[in-house]
Design a protein around this ligand. Structure first.
Ligand code: SAH
Length: 210
């Protein structure tokens, strides 16, 4: 069974990730390493490496492999970074980040999902991830500023509090929009924030608790 999953994973990287133009070696390595089948509900394991998102319970989804790779590559991670993730979900994207960077800080609003992600990530041996259960719209001040921020649920507009937690030179990738969503890259410059719109996407809404 293990071998089946590793060959499915290899194929996924070759066809869906490298095949669609992702070139960053760290991203390709991480996607080739993280066992995605442990992050999906047991009955969906056989579809874990398929080319799309999957339900993970609580009305939430694990993102499509290509989108995970794309959002990771766009952050231009070198390895020494401290990264904030908003929307732990299954913990799959968290693992991909943790393979690449020094420290990952991840926030999830649904406690059952966070708990499950923590169990899986700990059982896989990750020690460079800090978890928080709560509203990630406000970021995680205690550990700010971050070199990069990844948001995996969509707000109507870029939350100012979040971008303020970026380091100068830092990057944030975030889906933005209600009916129509786009991935937006926010780069913090000396005194300004530069926004670049990338591609159209579909994410679950970012819940705001205030
Ligand atoms: N990266 C995840 C994607 C999960 S979907 C994966 O690949 O599995 C987005 C997640 O964001 C959901 O789990 C949802 O519960 C969570 N979420 C939504 N609003 C949030 C908020 N305000 N703070 C933290 N997490 C939030």
């Amino acid at each position: 069974m293990r071998n089946d999953f590793s060959s499915l994973r290899e194929k996924m990287v070759e066809v869906q990730i490298a095949g669609r133009g992702i070139k960053n070696a760290k991203v390709l390595d991480a996607m080739g390493k993280v066992p995605r089948h442990f992050f999906v509900p047991e009955e969906l394991r056989d579809s874990a490496y398929a080319d799309g998102p999957l339900p993970i319970g609580a009305g939430q989804t694990i993102s499509q492999p290509y989108i995970v790779a794309y959002m990771t590559e766009i952050l231009e991670l070198g390895g020494a970074e401290r990264v904030l993730e908003v929307g732990t979900g299954s913990g799959y994207q968290t693992a991909v980040l943790a393979e690449i960077v020094k420290d990952v800080f991840t926030i999830e609003v649904v406690s059952t999902l966070s708990q499950r992600a923590q169990d899986v990530l700990k059982s896989l041996g990750y020690v460079n991830i800090q978890f928080k259960i709560g509203d990630g719209t406000r970021g995680w001040k205690d550990f700010a500023p971050y070199d990069a921020i990844m948001v995996t649920a969509a707000p109507g507009s870029v939350p100012k509090v979040l971008q303020e937690q970026l380091q100068v030179g830092g990057r944030m990738i975030i889906p933005v929009g209600v009916d129509y969503q786009e991935l937006v890259l926010v780069r913090r410059e000396e005194k300004t924030f530069k926004e670049t719109r990338l591609l159209p996407v579909r994410f679950v809404p970012l819940v705001s608790l205030h």
